[in-house]
Design a protein around this ligand. Structure first.
Ligand SMILES: Nc1nc2c(c(=O)[nH]1)N[C@H]1C(S)=C(S)[C@@H](COP(=O)(O)O)O[C@H]1N2
Ligand SMILES: [Mo]
Length: 317
């Protein structure tokens, strides 16, 4: 399990989220794997529905994307279990239709939006962003979506709204990782909640995401709708969202609740701020062997650093 995977991951790379959660989650992961039927390799994702989008070249990396195989079989989606292969293996139980997103809180026009309506709300763009996981690896993914700002404007945040809370579906029937018992041992307090400051959420780089690699999102990548915030560690990019709430107070996120000393609210990619257990100075692109230097704000400093002027990013990590 922690030894070889298709991409050549080694046991020395197990600096992962599970260690944050302590030994119980780690053991639960090991046990779940032993119980996996036949130890069969993760099934290839079924060919998804095609989604056409215009490439936004100005906001895209020019690097070649990670293989779709890696991007859809090496995932963090703890609702399906704590191992990287769990989401691809188990994601068939998630039903991305029918689906709607409740938009409420400090807004003039609270509403529940159907996913089909969300898909039509703004022109779809393709943007190639690197997703940098706090575990020290990254992938280059051609996402499809449009700025989250377009959706937020539609509900008209009031002047009191200062933060955006994003919540993933809570349904133990669809998410085995949310069931009481072995799968959920030492895992997160469900549902998965993330949050952004309103100006971060409104930033043009913050992408409401409905597809990748020219298709609708595979279940294991957060179907039918997620966010991608390219200058923050991957865990800020909440999957399978059912509620977007505008609030006055900074939301308490699932990872902060699990390990507050390790996961801050901001979680901007920052090579100068190490995690308590390891350095964040370098990363490995999945599919490559050498490690590369991690860039401040994951390479987007010129676009987003001004959001944090005057803040001590060592304290507000
Ligand atoms: N609901 C939910 N969203 C989540 C996670 C999760 O466990 N549950 N994992 C996060 C982490 S740690 C990462 S690195 C990215 C991975 O996204 P990907 O599988 O599409 O590459 O999703 C993030 N979003
Ligand atoms: Mo991550």
């Amino acid at each position: 399990m922690l030894i070889k995977r298709g991409g050549g991951f080694t046991s020395s790379e197990i600096t992962d989220h599970r260690l944050y959660l302590g030994r119980r989650a780690f053991m639960a992961g090991a046990a779940a794997l032993v119980l996996a039927p036949g130890g069969a390799p993760a099934a290839a994702p079924p060919a998804g529905q095609a989604l056409t989008a215009q490439r936004n070249a100005a906001l895209s990396l020019s690097e070649p994307p990670t293989t779709v195989e890696s991007a859809t079989t090496y995932n963090n989606f703890y609702e399906f279990g704590v191992n990287k292969e769990d989401p691809a293996r188990l994601a068939g139980s998630l039903r991305p239709r029918p689906w709607s997103v409740q938009m409420d809180g400090l807004v003039a026009k609270p509403q529940r939006l159907d996913i089909e309506e969300i898909l039509r709300l703004a022109p779809l763009e393709e943007r190639v962003y690197a997703l940098r996981c706090v575990e020290g690896w990254s992938m280059v993914i051609p996402w499809i979506g449009y700025p989250l700002a377009a959706l937020l404007k539609r509900v008209e945040p009031t002047s009191q709204a200062r933060f955006v809370e994003l919540t993933t579906l809570l349904d133990p029937e669809q998410f085995p990782g949310q069931r009481k018992g072995l799968f959920n041992l030492g895992s997160l307090d469900w549902p998965y909640v993330e949050g952004l400051r309103l100006d971060e959420a409104m930033h043009p780089l913050t992408l409401l995401t409905v597809g990748m690699y020219g298709q609708v999102l595979p279940n294991q990548n957060g179907a039918p709708v997620r966010v991608v915030i390219p200058w923050k560690y991957g865990f800020k990019s909440a999957k399978s969202i059912v509620r977007i709430r505008l609030v006055a107070e900074q939301p308490k996120t699932a990872w902060e609740k699990a390990a507050p000393q390790e996961y801050g609210f901001y979680s901007n990619v920052n090579p100068a701020v190490d995690h308590p257990r390891w350095s964040q100075a370098t990363e490995r692109r999945i599919g490559e062997f050498r490690r590369r230097k991690t860039l401040p704000f994951n390479g987007h400093a010129d676009q987003v650093a001004s959001l944090y002027s005057g803040m001590d990013l060592k304290k507000q990590y």
